[in-house]
Design a protein around this ligand. Sequence first.
Ligand SMILES: [Mg+2]
Length: 169
Amino acid sequence: MSRLTTPTFKVKKLWHIDLSTLRQAGVTTVLLDMDNTVVPWHSVQVPPKAAAWIHTAKQEGFRLYLLSNNLHSRVAPLAQQLEIIAVANACKPWRRGLRSLQRQHNVDISHSVMIGDQIFTDILAGNLWGTKTILVDPLFRREGRMTWLARTMERIIMKRSIQYGEEDQ
Ligand SMILES: [Mg+2]
């Protein structure tokens, strides 16, 4: 399982990905997750750096596609704004979206990279399909500090209760 959930590369942001390194790695096709990779999940504002990276990648001859598990109504306007071919309801890590992309475009999987912020959708998908994979940090974290604090507290409490339980026996 760990091989399937381990990305080929890890970077903080999409726009940190060096295009010449991608080219040297034999990549010609870029499959992009949308939410939290290209645009914050709650927003329709594409960060200028993300838009610029996509623009440059296209200019340099990479073939780019958006592969999103989100709904068509969310994906289509952003795809139009970025002038990029997109598949909504992609069902990553399953092949539904990939198949529909392959039906219409000649996607060369062995020269593709899947880029996304989620291990169990994007990275697992790419590794199952046989692409290279790049994990990015989410552009916007749903979890605030309080959630993190609550989680940490839960762990401490769980640990203590187990220890007390053992002492009782
Ligand atoms: Mg995402």
